[in-house]
Design a protein around this ligand. Structure first.
Ligand SMILES: Nc1ncnc2c1ncn2[C@@H]1O[C@H](COP(=O)(O)OP(=O)(O)OP(=O)(O)O)[C@@H](O)[C@H]1O
Ligand SMILES: [Mg+2]
Length: 234
């Protein structure tokens, strides 16, 4: 399970996160909702040690992860997909996927992992020789998810998977997130699209100006007057 306790983060002198504590249980989909600039990306970056925290900590399965390097995170079973995916544009689909199994312990298993990922994303197999930069935005998002799955993670952190995707692709991507839960993988996902996200997630937190202001089951948040007015436009 993922436990984040009392994270404080500042950029220069400006504090961006205030005492943020959240949790995600094994096989749970937990969503982070919040307006632009609320601190969602900052929180994922602090959890994964991309940016240092002033204080607080994040642990997964009993080990501190906030200070880990990205290869260590991968080896510890964590896949972080930052906003926009960050593929290797001039590599093929297959080469991009293989890069997802780069840490030494996984490299030996890459053929097996590739079969598993192609079973999850059959379209990637059909086009394995295509260059990443020639894929559509939706296909690139699928490839980024597939690359994350190459390391056989137990925790996935997703920043705005649905950003810029047409509704039918959002359904497809969210369907894949649902299938991760069925495999017992824990998911922490940042999303703008509050309604669809609450339909998918088990629980959610609302971040406002760097603070967690609300948290609960998706059903509770879907029924909350403030959430309905401020985030669901109802
Ligand atoms: N590298 C940085 N340097 C200075 N300030 C930053 C930096 N990154 C983020 N911030 C500030 O921290 C705050 C939180 O930003 P963050 O990117 O975490 O928000 P977000 O919730 O992910 O927003 P969005 O929905 O637009 O992606 C914002 O006020 C932002 O301007
Ligand atoms: Mg963001």
């Amino acid at each position: 399970m993922l436990k984040v306790k009392g994270l404080n983060v500042a950029y220069g002198g400006v504090q961006a996160l205030w005492d943020v504590s959240i949790e995600a249980g094994e096989g749970e989909i937990v969503a982070l909702l919040g307006a632009n600039g609320a601190g969602k990306t900052t929180l994922l970056n602090a959890i994964t040690g991309v940016i240092p925290a002033l204080s607080g900590e994040a642990e997964f399965e009993g080990r501190r992860i906030d200070g880990m390097k990205s290869a260590e995170l991968t080896e510890w079973g964590i896949a972080y997909l930052p906003e926009g995916g960050r593929l290797f544009p001039d590599m093929t689909i297959r080469e991009n996927l293989e890069m997802g199994a780069f840490p030494r312990r996984m490299w030996r298993e890459r053929a097996k992992r590739l079969r598993d990922v192609y079973a999850m994303f059959p379209k990637l197999r059909e086009r394995e020789k295509q260059l990443a930069r020639t894929m559509s935005g939706g296909e690139q998002q699928m490839l980024a998810m597939g690359r994350g799955m190459m390391s056989n993670p137990r925790l996935c952190l997703f920043d705005e998977l649905s950003y810029g995707l047409a509704p039918i692709m959002v359904d497809e991507v969210f369907g894949i997130v649902r299938s991760l839960r069925e495999r017992g993988i824990t998911v922490l996902m940042v999303e703008q699209n509050a309604y669809q996200t609450l339909e998918l997630a088990d629980r959610a937190y609302v971040l406002e100006n760097g603070r967690v202001t609300l948290g609960g089951t998706s059903a509770e948040l879907l029924g909350d007057d403030y959430v309905r007015k401020s985030y669901l436009g109802l």
